[in-house]
Design a protein around this ligand. Sequence first.
Ligand SMILES: [Fe+2]
Ligand SMILES: [Fe+2]
Length: 215
Amino acid sequence: MTTEKTKYPPIRRKAGERDKLLRPGWKYIEPCNMDHYTPEDWAVMNQQRVVYQAEERAKQALEILLASRDAPTFGYQINNYEHCLQTATMLHRDGHNEETIVVGLFHDVGFIVCPEKHGPFAADLIRPFISEKNLWMLERHEIFQRIHLHGFYQPEDPDFINAREQWRGHKYFDWTAEFIERYDIVAINPNIESLPIEFFEPMVRRVFSASPSPV
Ligand SMILES: [Fe+2]
Ligand SMILES: [Fe+2]
């Protein structure tokens, strides 16, 4: 029998075991096929869900970010997790509001796993809790970044590189351009000491506890 360690933790739940509920007094919904849930089952589920979301949404969002804390890089001097922390740190030091700092913290949360659409990825994660201005910026930030990536695109297509120009004059154009220039393309610096994730955690909890818009 091999004692070789696997890279993943051992199986946690065996067949027949249930995962624990968040609260001791809560109920499991018994059917194992959602087709068989009754309206009463859904009423219980939805009641428990509201509390669960309030307690777990920010925590689990942070855990998604934290999953890449020790990841190596493909050339940048700091990894994507440190980049996100550095962006948030710079926004904080410049006196931006809590929502904007949290937006900065999550702006590239999907950069490795969903690179082509990482702006909308981050926007969807945090959409219910942020202003139209920051949502607009998040969704388009990767397009606004193109003009700074000299030599990245081969062959160079000026229309693609300058795609942000389609929004020139929009009320959030300047903020998006500023975010990229001051808080994104320069947040790759190993000489800058970022604030720890613990510093941002209460902000994340507060921002994520704003009333979500109906989905
Ligand atoms: Fe990005
Ligand atoms: Fe970024």
